[in-house]
Design a protein around this ligand. Structure first.
Ligand code: ZN
Length: 148
């Protein structure tokens, strides 16, 4: 995919957020801030009766932080904790890659769009705060497999 397409994906999630302010039967909540940019994200995690995760979030801040929260919500909602863990690990690796790895599109779907962000150290935290809030809320809800 091209840089232009990545930009489009990020802008689309920013303008049309997925999973924002859905109410979930929350079992764990985490509020994360990125003071250098002014981003804030709160993630709620609950469990569906079939054992899959319910994820909802609220937040405000830059387009990268809010688009990343939308992508995270869309990707993780309806996955079991075991299915979510490799996605979460792959996103962390992507953001540490400085754009040097070939992301797994089958696993990361729209989240591959953030590979460009990984080249800009000042923006990495923007893309990561919703994923950090997710991991923290999963720990609080005891809905996590061991994080690598
Ligand atoms: Zn930001």
């Amino acid at each position: 995919m091209s840089e232009d397409l990545y930009q489009e994906i990020i802008l689309d999630h920013y303008k049309n957020p997925r999973g924002k302010e859905l109410s979930v039967a929350s079992r764990g909540q985490s509020h994360q801030v990125n003071p250098t940019c002014g981003d804030e994200v709160t993630v709620d995690v609950g469990l569906n009766t079939d054992g899959t995760l319910q994820v909802a979030y609220t937040g405000q801040g830059c387009s990268i932080s809010q688009a990343s929260a939308s992508v995270m919500s869309e990707l993780i909602n309806g996955k079991t904790p075991d299915q979510a863990a490799p996605i979460q690990t792959a996103f962390m690796e992507l953001m540490r890659s400085k754009g040097q790895i070939e992301p797994d599109e089958d696993l990361l779907e729209d989240a591959v769009a953030f590979i460009g962000v990984s080249k800009f150290p000042a923006r990495i935290k923007c893309a990561l705060i919703s994923w950090m809030a997710l991991a923290d809320s999963q720990i609080k809800a005891q809905l996590t497999t061991e994080m690598r």
